[in-house]
Write a protein that binds this ligand. Structure first.
Ligand SMILES: Nc1nc2c(ncn2[C@@H]2O[C@H](COP(=O)(O)OP(=O)(O)OP(=O)(O)O)[C@@H](O)[C@H]2O)c(=O)[nH]1
Ligand SMILES: [Mg+2]
Length: 649
């Protein structure tokens, strides 16, 4: 088995290439920092079994953030047979910097130059054969997103048996270094001496501990000689040497565009990143997303709704009042069907979010929000990307916090994300607003809920910011160029995200609905005296001050702890799929509905989200999060309901 790893800077197309080669579906999008864990896939190419690992994007091989750690650990411990160093053709200077570090390490490497069309449009011309000759490493132009990658794979298989070139920097050819190199030969056979020297010059702690005290002392002496000789710090000498080498290579293999060209990306950015226009544009984009999600999905939703009601009716008619009939019609169709009705909205939302991510706008949103996040929440714009992802689903949102440099900001952001209105809350919003608010207000009510979520998240960061200690991080993020996402890619990603919703309906919602149905039927007789009704009645007084003190709401809220879709499916099971809207109309006033929706928005992350919060922020915060959010939800609903009542609504 041939073990190949994909390494490179963030956002150069590693995961795109990985997906293309393995047929898997790693998260891709047009912003740096999507992949945070390594992922392995397999393929067979001309009788060769190949294992491919997709690594997180990094700029260097010096451990800093958790995802850099992943890459370094992998390279040090697992030593793949070959590295495919993926580089962006428009950013070769910076991208080859990482390639050189991989070569220093002595690993077999080939270079895959991606995004060629884009760079040619910008006016770059790379002579890849010339670069290959100069560097001594195969250089292949690829189009990661499409077509077969035979040329790349052939080169890879050839290179596995080849020899990686030894990178030797001029400034390391001094007598003092040569002496030290000899000393090293007795110590460490596993890594190239040159690499150890470079890492020591860069001050890498891990390598320092590998070498041992005595040699380290000796090295300190040599380092000082070197620094005096060149009158510069050792780590600067190293990076200068790398950039010097790269410059020399590109000078002879790359034609660059003249500098005064203004790209389309720059033109768009002048508006989108404008001091005054940036924020209104972002708000406009968000408003548009939510409008489209709810309105464009409506006709299809109604159609499915009619279908589900019809089906429930037919089943009831065929099986009569038997237990089986009730289980199917109320439990399964009522519970699962009432959630599945919203599939069109969910798919549209995911399509739009994917477009936002893939076009490059999401990275801009982070920039625009940087100032806001800074002054309001004491965080950087980096935190805004996971928050936006949270509108789709909080689980990938929390996972995306890992690329945030500071631990403090990582924890705070993980605790903010559950307040983003994820797609599971959408059925609640749609049902309640459409049942109780006039058409012209519906969009605004939902938009208010989204904004309220963001506001509570920011207040949360503010409050907890006083408790969670640690250093902040500098907000350094590249702006990727805008790209018009391809319909095919958009559809594939939307499909993969949307299908999770349907899977969830078939598993956890299904199980939940059956349980709810069961609990509502026993002991037989009146539902309100069933186990479910009793449980609900016990809890109901807690919610009475919030305006929804009936047992059904209490039970719906309770089941929503597992997954928020269950809030609606509980109503579906208790009332029957066809009657949800009517029974909501009967049970709630608009004010009570608003209070209920606010509660559902804010109270507790679902179990899946809690699991990732535990992963990213630790057990203590995963315990804290639901307690805190239930408290916040109760307070917010109480304030809204009380204020509304006083105002006469
Ligand atoms: N047009 C075009 N776009 C590409 C190509 N390869 C990648 N992209 C786009 O470039 C962006 C980044 O791709 P990813 O595969 O997510 O990049 P990555 O290197 O895995 O990024 P990180 O995981 O963040 O380090 C996505 O928007 C891709 O659609 C390509 O060959 N052609
Ligand atoms: Mg990736």
């Amino acid at each position: 088995m041939l073990r190949i790893a994909l390494a490179g800077n963030p956002n150069v197309g590693k995961s795109t290439l990985f997906n293309n080669l393995t047929g898997l579906n790693q998260h891709v999008g047009n912003w740096p920092g999507k992949t945070v864990e390594k992922k392995t896939g397999y393929l067979n190419f001309r009788e060769n079994d190949i294992e491919i690992t997709d690594l997180p994007g990094t700029y260097s091989l010096t451990a800093g953030s958790p995802e850099e750690e992943v890459v370094i650990d992998y390279l040090l411990d697992e030593r793949p047979d070959l590295i495919i160093s993926v580089v962006d053709a428009s950013n070769l200077e910076r991208n080859l910097y990482l390639t050189l570090q991989i070569l220093e390490f002595g690993l077999n490497t080939i270079i895959a130059v991606n995004l060629n069309r884009e760079s040619e449009r910008k006016g770059y011309r790379l002579d890849e054969k010339r670069l290959e000759e100069l560097l001594g490493v195969p250089v292949i132009k690829v189009e990661a997103i499409e077509g077969n990658q035979d040329e790349l794979l052939e080169a890879a298989i050839r290179q596995v048996n080849g020899n990686p070139p030894q990178i030797r920097y001029e400034f390391l050819r001094s007598d003092a270094i040569e002496e030290f190199r000899e000393l090293l030969e007795d110590v460490e056979a596993d890594f190239p001496a040159e690499w150890i020297i470079i890492k020591l010059l860069e001050g890498d702690k891990r390598v320092a501990s590998m070498v041992g005290e005595d040699l380290l002392k000796e090295f300190e002496r040599i380092r000082r000689i070197l620094e005096e000789e060149h009158s510069a710090d050792a780590d600067i000498l190293v990076s200068d040497a790398r950039y010097g080498l790269i410059e020399g290579l590109l000078e002879r293999s790359l034609t660059r565009p003249s500098l005064d060209r203004v790209t389309v990306s720059e033109l768009i950015d002048r508006a989108v990143l404008n001091r005054y226009l940036g924020l209104p544009i972002l708000l406009g984009v968000m408003w548009l997303i939510f409008q489209l999600t709810f309105t464009a999905g409506a006709p299809l939703t109604e159609l499915i709704d009619a279908g589900v009601s019809h089906l429930a009716g037919a089943v009831q008619g065929a099986l009569g009042d038997s237990a089986a009939g009730s289980l199917l019609a109320d439990g399964v169709i009522g519970g699962v069907g009432s959630v599945l009705v919203f599939t069109p909205n969910i798919f549209i939302l995911f399509l739009l979010l994917t477009f936002l991510e893939d076009s490059g706008y999401l990275a801009r949103a982070a920039f625009v929000m940087d100032r806001v996040m800074n002054s309001l929440a004491g965080l950087s714009g980096r935190s805004f990307i996971p928050m936006m992802l949270g509108f789709g689903c909080c689980v990938p949102g929390v996972m995306a916090t890992r690329t945030i440099g500071s631990e403090r900001e990582r924890i705070l952001t993980s605790l903010m994300i559950p307040f983003m209105s994820c797609s599971a809350r959408l059925p609640v919003y749609v049902l309640f607003t459409s049942a109780l608010f006039p058409l012209i207000y519906q969009g605004w009510v939902i938009f208010f809920l989204y904004i309220l979520g963001i506001a509570v998240a920011i207040i949360t960061a503010r409050l907890l910011g006083e408790v969670v200690m640690g250093e902040g991080s500098l907000f350094l993020m590249e702006l990727p160029p805008y790209r018009l996402p391809r319909p095919r890619t958009l559809l594939i990603h939307t499909y993969h995200r949307g299908i999770q919703f349907i899977k969830k309906a078939g598993t956890i919602i299904f199980a939940g609905s059956v349980i709810i149905w069961f609990l509502s039927g026993f002991p037989a007789g009146n539902v309100s005296s069933s186990i479910l009704g009793t449980l609900g009645s016990i809890m109901a007084p807690l919610f009475h001050p919030l305006g929804f003190g009936d047992w059904q709401s209490a039970v719906a809220i309770l089941s929503g702890f597992a997954a928020k879709e269950l809030v609606i499916s509980t109503f579906g099971t208790v009332h029957g799929a066809a009657n949800i809207a009517a029974s909501i109309q009967g049970a709630f006033t608009p004010l009570e509905a608003l209070s209920f929706m606010v509660f559902v928005l804010l109270y507790t992350p679902c179990l899946a989200t809690l699991a990732v919060i535990k992963e990213e922020a630790g057990k203590r915060w995963a315990l804290f999060s639901p307690l805190y959010s239930v408290f916040v939800a109760w307070m917010a609903s109480f304030i809204i309901y009380t204020a509304g009542t006083l105002l006469g609504y």
